[in-house]
Design a binder for this molecule. Sequence first.
Ligand SMILES: Nc1ncnc2c1ncn2[C@@H]1O[C@H](COP(=O)(O)OP(=O)(O)OP(=O)(O)O)[C@@H](O)[C@H]1O
Length: 261
Amino acid sequence: MRIDPDQLPAPRSRRDPDHAHSTGLVAAGLRHAYGPLTVLDLDTFTIAPGDRHAVIGPNGAGKSTLLNVLAGTIRAQTGQLTYNGHTVTRWRPAWRARAGIGRTFQHPAVWPDLTCLDCVRVGGWHHRRNPDHTPIQVLNLVGLADQADQPASTLSHGHRRMLDLAVAIAGQPRILLLDEPAAGLTDTDTGRLLDILHGLPSWMAVVIIEHHMDVVAAFADWITVLHQGRRHTDGPAHLVRADPAVAALYLGTGGGDAAHP
Ligand SMILES: Nc1ncnc2c1ncn2[C@@H]1O[C@H](COP(=O)(O)OP(=O)(O)OP(=O)(O)O)[C@@H](O)[C@H]1O
């Protein structure tokens, strides 16, 4: 089901003149299977500059698979990805990151033996000549400036998640993909996460996979609901959140019929 956005006023544009040449990411015909199990089967998925987009769905719906396909960690068996007019379907994750597709991981992936500051330096290595923010400023943004010289391995789970986010932000991505950024965070850290997300530059598109609906509600303009690898619903966030079929999907009371008529 697709909610008609024409019911609403036009979404606020987040385009920045400096990034007007960015046309975002367009995925078409993505399909991925493990043996007989198709875990992703999406006709289209689009990320426009400045999007604030949440991908939700029950466990096993294919959300991380989608994010991994967009970031290049998994190569979909069929489909095409176009980013700013370039076909990037076969690009490695590092090439995509350098081109502006950044990400965090469901299980924070930081370099345990490096200090927090060095992790952020690595994250921003391709912007050394003209950084928007110094590494310490990025650490400050996520509340870790006091831990700058500490090895990443000594951080708590919540702080490792923040460091993972800082590493991604240091790369100044045009598209930032966040896999369950609030998982395991305290309420205080979740509040900080939302402050950080709200403070990201308007030209940066942000896509989150998230189970915490309060985070989705506070962050997203647009929601895509996946179920069994397919699009169940997508549309403006407040309409999707109010959609009884989406609630039914989470409660297991028949939403599956909407995805697989
Ligand atoms: N390497 C793998 N081999 C086989 N099956 C896999 C593999 N990785 C994922 N899957 C299966 O693919 C399906 C989609 O997984 P995925 O992690 O994308 O779902 P998800 O929506 O992110 O779930 P969750 O919310 O629990 O993280 C699940 O059924 C999962 O068990």
